[in-house]
Ligand binder design. Structure first.
Ligand code: IDP
Ligand code: MG
Length: 142
C-alpha cells in the first residue's frame, strides 16, 4: 500500500465537483484516509508550490490556489502515486486522455481541477503539509 496527496483545486470546488471527483477516486480503488476543506493564503500556496518558484506561472498559480477553498485528500492504494497521476491525466486538460479527471473537469492548464503528488519524495513532503499523523491511521482492509 502506498499513500499520496491529492488536492481538489478551487475551480472544481467552486463548481461543486468535489463529490463527483471523490466518488471517481474511490471508484479507482483509492481509500480516503484524510480529507478537509481549507482556504490557503497566497503565502501558504507559495510554500506548497515552492519547487515552481522560478516558473513564469508561479504568481498566477499561487493566486489561483488561494482564490477559494480547496480539498486536500490523503489517499491510499497500491501504486497510489502513479495511479493517481494516470487518473488525473496531463497537466493541460486539452492534452489529457479521454476519461481522465482533467480531461473531464479541467478548465485550462492552470485551472485543471486536481493536484497529485508526482513522486514518492513529493508525496512524503506534501502529505504532512496538510495532514498530521492523527489523520494517517491505516484504513481497514476491504
Ligand atoms: P502537474 O500538476 O501536472 O504536476 P506541474 O508542472 O507540476 O503540473 O505544475 C503545477 C501546476 O501549475 C499545474 O497543475 C497547473 O495548475 C499550473 N501550471 C502548470 N503549467 C502551467 C502553465 O503553463 N500555465 C499556467 N499554469 C500552469
Ligand atoms: Mg507537479
Amino acid at each position: 500500500m502506498e499513500r499520496t496527496l491529492a488536492i481538489i483545486k478551487p475551480d472544481a470546488v467552486g463548481r461543486n465537483l468535489a463529490g463527483n471527483i471523490i466518488a471517481r477516486l474511490q471508484g479507482e480503488g483509492f481509500v480516503v484516509l484524510g480529507l478537509k476543506m481549507i482556504r490557503l493564503s497566497q503565502d501558504d500556496a507559495k510554500r506548497f508550490y515552492a519547487v515552481h518558484r522560478e516558473r513564469p506561472f508561479f504568481d498566477s498559480l499561487t493566486a489561483y490556489m488561494a482564490s477559494g477553498p480547496i480539498i486536500p485528500l490523503l489517499l491510499q492504494r497500491d501504486e497510489a502515486i502513479k495511479t493517481l497521476r494516470d487518473v488525473m491525466g496531463a497537466t493541460d486538460p486539452s492534452q489529457a486522455a479521454p476519461g481522465t479527471l482533467r480531461q473531464e473537469f479541467g478548465v485550462d492548464v492552470e485551472k485543471n481541477s486536481i493536484h497529485g503528488s508526482d513522486s514518492p519524495a513529493s508525496a512524503a513532503q506534501e502529505i504532512p503539509f496538510f495532514f498530521s499523523q492523527l489523520a494517517c491511521h491505516e484504513a481497514e482492509p476491504r
